[in-house]
Design a protein around this ligand. Structure first.
Ligand code: B12
Ligand code: SF4
Length: 433
């Protein structure tokens, strides 16, 4: 049996692949995890294709298993139609199928909703036994079975900026209105056993990137892991919230244990916008001080902001750029607020009749798909692109980074975003809102 595992993506990423210059980023573990879960007794040959980095797979698989986030759903459905026309069994899972399983079911022989750790091997055994079901749903703790180590050989040589990616937990203890994580994990946060995480981390080369949505909100729960990472002398990057910067003891411990870089969702410089999105623990008047504290502990900051939440008006772009400069955020990522399926944001905007675009391709945080409250759609799109160009001017990069040791990641991140910001048709949603 030949099983092709595929990560679908949207037009912007496919165009970059076609140009031979994909957006090098951190490696997802999705395909590597699914490859490792294929039961050995099936004797299957398994091939993974991350289409954010490489072209579509050749035809001929017996099973095509597609993982899709929302902006990759149209691509997933096209691949599915082509494969089914050739008699291939198609399975779809991932964020979009979990939020909208009925839609995915129209394009696949089976849909996997939620975690794949138990469902995926069960599905393959069912298929081999000729009793494939149409839907497999599992939101229980995915980390209770025997430890699964992602088969990273499947992703080798793809040119990722960071390949040593892994999970220590899945889910989040918060449920911010614009975020899909609560939907993907049925509102639960699951942690892997510390010894499994340390075992996997020990085998990874260089700095580890934890893909967790919220690595360190509960310090007591994560303390044994931090101490273990310190014993391994592992430096690592992780997604955290600003709560970490507010807690001096936690910050010091995380830094001592190797936290080298933090991905943080600042979201907005408008307090009403962060509060409205259910992320009221982000207080914009404390952002500069928070970044200073992280820097004082030697932690680099990748700061994420979303434009267009209710509460934002057209002044938000200039104010955000100014804050990113003043706080000296190492790498800045801007997004257009996007009402992804499964979020409260989508439910609210739909109820208010403000959704203007239902092309999932454009639900990539680079396009405006709803009517913003405090500006026009055009202003939101242009302001987003303007903010990127401002933040990645040479002068701004210099102001944010001067006087600090430059790491390869900081440099590559800034140069990568600068390339995207100044190449109008190659990212940032092309030229149309
Ligand atoms: C790595 C990553 C990426 C990679 C790859 C993206 C991709 N196309 O999949 C990169 C860096 C390119 C990326 C970019 C973006 N990403 Co991203 N990314 C992640 C991240 C951090 C980790 C994914 C991962 O490896 N998880 C670990 C694996 C093991 O878990 P998993 O993917 O959920 O898979 C499990 C189950 O879902 C299930 N499963 C999944 N697929 C399938 C398929 C089958 C057949 C089966 C059986 C089971 C199954 O089984 C797996 C094991 O249990 C997640 C957040 C997160 N922590 O998950 C966001 C996330 C996937 N990204 C997200 C977003 C929004 C984006 C961007 C649009 C925006 C942005 N600026 O980041 C871009 C768009 C990229 C594009 N055009 O494709 C959202 C997706 C939400 C949605 N509904 O669309 C997430 C969930 C973050 C979030 N909090 O909202 N991202
Ligand atoms: S935005 Fe961050 S803190 Fe909020 S629910 Fe999502 S992962 Fe958790």
């Amino acid at each position: 049996m030949r099983i092709d595992l595929v990560l679908s993506t949207n037009r912007t990423y496919r165009a970059a692949v076609a140009r031979g210059r994909p957006f090098a980023s951190y490696a997802p573990t999705t395909l590597a995890q699914l490859a490792a879960l294929v039961p050995a007794e099936l004797g299957a040959s398994v091939h993974a294709y991350d289409l954010t980095m490489q072209p579509d797979p050749p035809p001929g698989a017996d099973v095509l298993a597609i993982s899709s986030i929302t902006c990759g759903a149209p691509h997933a459905y096209r691949l599915a139609a082509q494969a089914r026309a050739r008699g291939t069994t198609v399975v779809i899972g991932g964020a979009h199928a979990t939020a909208l399983p009925d839609e995915a079911a129209r394009h696949a022989d089976a849909v996997v909703v939620g975690h794949g750790e138990r469902s995926w091997p069960r599905l393959l055994r069912d298929l081999a036994a000729g009793r494939l079901r149409e839907r497999y749903v599992d939101f229980d703790d995915p980390f209770t079975g025997p430890p699964v180590e992602p088969d990273r050989s499947q992703l080798a040589g793809r040119g990722y900026l960071a390949s040593s990616t892994m999970e220590a937990s899945r889910g989040c203890s918060n449920a911010c209105g614009f975020c899909t994580v609560a939907c993907l994990t049925a509102g639960q946060l699951h942690r892997r056993p510390t010894e499994d995480v340390l075992h996997e981390a020990a085998g990874l080369r260089g700095r580890v990137v934890f893909l967790d949505s919220n690595f360190a909100d509960d310090l007591e729960a994560v303390r044994p892991l931090l101490l273990g990472l310190r014993a391994l002398r592992k430096r690592f990057y992780a997604g955290v919230t600003l709560r970490l910067a507010e807690d001096q003891a936690a910050l010091k411990l995380a830094a001592d244990c190797g936290l080298a870089g933090a991905l943080i969702g600042f979201e907005s410089v408008n307090e009403s916008a962060t509060r409205g999105a259910g992320k009221g623990f982000n207080q914009p008047d404390r952002y500069v001080e928070a970044v200073r504290r992280l820097h004082d502990h030697g932690i680099r900051v990748l700061g994420c902001f979303a434009f267009g939440l209710d509460g934002d008006d057209a002044s938000v772009f200039e104010r955000t750029v100014e804050l990113a400069d003043r706080a000296r955020i190492d790498i800045v990522r801007y997004a257009i607020a996007t009402p992804l399926p499964g979020t409260r944001l989508l439910a609210d905007l739909e109820a208010q009749g403000r959704i203007t675009d239902r092309d999932w391709e454009r639900y990539d945080t680079e396009h405006v798909v709803f009517r913003p409250a405090g500006m026009t759609e055009q202003q939101l799109h242009e302001g987003y692109r303007w903010a990127y160009r401002q933040t990645y001017r040479a002068g701004s990069i210099w102001r944010r980074l001067a006087g600090r040791n430059l790491t390869p990641v900081t440099l590559a991140g800034n140069l990568g975003f600068r390339r995207i910001a100044y190449t109008a048709d190659q990212g940032l949603g092309g030229v149309t809102p």
